[in-house]
Write a protein that binds this ligand. Structure first.
Ligand SMILES: [Zn+2]
Ligand SMILES: [Zn+2]
Length: 169
C-alpha cells in the first residue's frame, strides 16, 4: 500500500490494514489474526505516521528449543521526510530525540514497508519461552523444564559417597 504525500490531508487519515501480505513471513512466524492500523497526518513537507500492529509471534526458544507464542502490541510513530536529492539521508531511518525520522526518495509513504520494518525491529534478540527457562541438559539434551534429567545424578559420585558404598558392602 503506497500513499502519496499529496493524498494525505493535514487533519490526517486513518487506515485499517486487513491485507496481511506485508508480513515478513520468511523472517518470523506468527499465529492467529494479524491486525494493523495506521494514521497519517501531513505536517507541511513531512508526514507523521502513527500506527499499531497486533500480532502473535511464534518463536523457538533459544535455550530449550521449545516453540512458544508471544502476543505483541507494537505501537510506533515515525516522521517521514523527503530526502534532499544531494543530501545524505536517503532511505534510512535515524533518531532525533524521541521520534524516528525516515527519509524517502519520493513523496510516497510505503505503508507495507513501514509495517514490515516495525515488525522486524521488534523481534527480540534473545527469544526465551520464559525468563527462567532452564534449557536443555548439556550432557543428555533433556528439557530441564520438565524436571531433572537424571544423568546429573549419576555424576554426583564424591569420594565420600564411594566410601559410604564400600562401608555397606
Ligand atoms: Zn525455553
Ligand atoms: Zn542430562
Amino acid at each position: 500500500m503506497r500513499i502519496s504525500f499529496a493524498e494525505i490531508p493535514p487533519e490526517g487519515i486513518s487506515r485499517d490494514i486487513t491485507d496481511v501480505s506485508w508480513f515478513p513471513a520468511h523472517e518470523v512466524n506468527r499465529r492467529g489474526p494479524l491486525t494493523a492500523t495506521v494514521f497519517l497526518q501531513r505536517k507541511g513537507a513531512r508526514v507523521l505516521v502513527e500506527g499499531s500492529i497486533a500480532v502473535t509471534f511464534q518463536f523457538d526458544c533459544d535455550r530449550c528449543l521449545g516453540r512458544f507464542e508471544m502476543p505483541s502490541e507494537l505501537d510506533f510513530k515515525l516522521d517521514v521526510e523527503l530526502a534532499d536529492p544531494d543530501g545524505m539521508g536517503r532511505e534510512h531511518t535515524c533518531s532525533h530525540g524521541e521520534m524516528d525520522t525516515m527519509f524517502v526518495d519520493e513523496p510516497i509513504i510505503d505503508v507495507h514497508g513501514i509495517l514490515q520494518q516495525q515488525v522486524l525491529l521488534s523481534i527480540p534478540e534473545k527469544k526465551l519461552c520464559a525468563e527462567e527457562c532452564r534449557g536443555l541438559c548439556m550432557r543428555c539434551g533433556a528439557d530441564l523444564n520438565q524436571g531433572a534429567c537424571g544423568c546429573g545424578r549419576q555424576e554426583k559420585i564424591t569420594p565420600f559417597s564411594v566410601l559410604k558404598d564400600l562401608a555397606k558392602s
